[in-house]
Design a protein around this ligand. Structure first.
Ligand code: AMP
Length: 240
């Protein structure tokens, strides 16, 4: 089963700060992808989005993509073993040395326990730090149904709050924007059910470990990024 990453190479390192492994947690539509792209540009570390890797596999028609598509369209989670294998393959690449942002993973306690074990057996010296972005459910639905994505540069737009200059077309690439097949109201309801029953315990798991911050996600995008970056610096300082 192939699990190649859809993630683009990170921008050149823009800072001496070493972020280490970062988890971006939060409900569907909370802004994890948008924030991960901004952290990637600011810190020069890769964004590893399990959702992007799965969508890339679907686009390439791999066995993994075929197995995942039906579950994803219904808003259900893909089995732990599949995503853990994908993450393992991605974390074995060499561009993760200064750190990385895991976006949308772990989503179950089983995945969190697998990741903790994997990192404890690896050469990684920096402990995980976790950021939990919070936004209320009504706003999440608006963000999900309004979301449009450039298939080429992966820039995320929103027809209500961050429209492209020309309707339906990426500002950078000029390519037609895509609407994810699971960004519908029905799939959102299922995704929230999965989030509340399976992912909420992951947040509790990392908050108990202490290297954790809640961040309010309904502020302007730049402000949320600034909060996250200062939380990361504080968390790393506290661990020195
Ligand atoms: P995302 O792009 O993070 O919103 O993920 C889209 C969909 O991909 C989810 O609704 C799941 O079906 C699947 N998926 C992404 N990440 C995971 C994960 N860590 N565990 C299980 N399923 C996942």
């Amino acid at each position: 089963m192939t699990s190649e990453s859809a993630v683009h190479p990170p921008a050149p390192a823009a800072s001496k700060f070493l972020p280490g492994p970062v988890l971006l947690l939060g409900a569907p539509g909370v802004g994890k992808g948008t924030q991960a792209q901004r952290l990637m540009a600011d810190f020069g570390i890769p964004q590893i989005s399990t959702g992007d890797i799965l969508r890339d596999n679907i686009a390439r028609g791999t066995e993994l993509g075929r197995a995942a598509k039906g579950l994803m369209d219904q808003g259900q989670l893909v089995p732990d073993e599949m995503v853990n294998d994908m993450v393992k393959a991605r974390l074995e690449q060499t561009d993760v040395e200064r750190g990385y942002i895991l976006d949308g993973y772990p989503r179950t306690l089983g995945q969190a326990e697998w990741l903790d074990r994997f990192l404890s057996l690896s050469d990684e010296k920096s402990p995980l730090v976790a950021i939990n972005i919070q936004v209320d459910e009504q706003e999440l639905l608006r963000r999900i149904t309004g979301r449009r994505i450039c298939p080429v540069c992966k820039t995320i737009y929103n027809i209500y709050s961050k429209p492209p200059k020309h309707s339906g077309v990426c500002d950078n690439e000029g390519s037609p924007l895509q609407h994810r097949s699971d960004d519908t109201e029905n799939a959102f309801i299922e995704r929230m059910k999965a989030y509340n029953s399976l992912t909420a315990p992951v947040i509790e798991h990392y908050s108990k470990q202490g290297r954790f911050r809640d961040v309010v996600g309904y502020r302007p995008v730049e402000e949320v990024t600034a909060f996250i970056e200062s939380a990361l610096r504080e968390l790393r300082k506290a661990g020195e």
